[in-house]
Design a protein around this ligand. Sequence first.
Ligand code: 13P
Length: 225
Amino acid sequence: MIVVLNNKSNLNQEQFLGYQKQLEDIISDHKLVLCPSNIYLADFYLENLSLGVQNVSPYEEGAYTGEIASSQLKSLGVSYAIVGHSERRLYFHENEMDLKKKIESLLKYEIIPILCIGEMEKQDGLRVVESQLEILKAIDKNEQVIIAYEPVWAIGTGQVPTIEEVEKVISFIKGKFPQNSVIYGGSVNEENIYNLKSSLLNGYLLGGLSLKPDRLRQFLNQLDR
Ligand code: 13P
């Protein structure tokens, strides 16, 4: 399984350094990926986790003020990148064209894209997911993209779909992209993981829980039960 930790826009530098120290002794058979704020990428030293980012520039290195290109991320040891998180689609108006460019740029530098998809409201799951998956069809080597199903209504709300609801969407995605890994995100924690396990899932994307190392440890223990 792959467990991706999305810190979002949290932690000042002192807090990040303390947090990273708390992650030092986490041992897991699962692939753990930490996606901190970009300003801490160069502070990352953990050997038990891989390094990821929460976003990437759609452009190559050059005159794009404020953006960080895939080649630059690669030089810092980044091996995963979240793309198209609902918060970026919503607040930063990322469109499908941007996402396609981002994914292509990441693949060029051998960084694994984690494409987030998911419906806003509690209905329409399949229709939204189907249209958000369209961009993958236009991308070479798209089987390397990890697809993260994150129903927007479940993010940070404490509300989670039933495992049957999750499986319905995951089966649909796997029907279209059988070779891709598919993970679930949205209010996952050390308690509800019991109800969110499925042989169809290849992992989880954690937001709030990623910031709580003790609870994260419990989550990883539960995942193995
Ligand atoms: P929460 O786990 O806080 O709901 O966030 C999920 C998420 O958006 C991860 O990318």
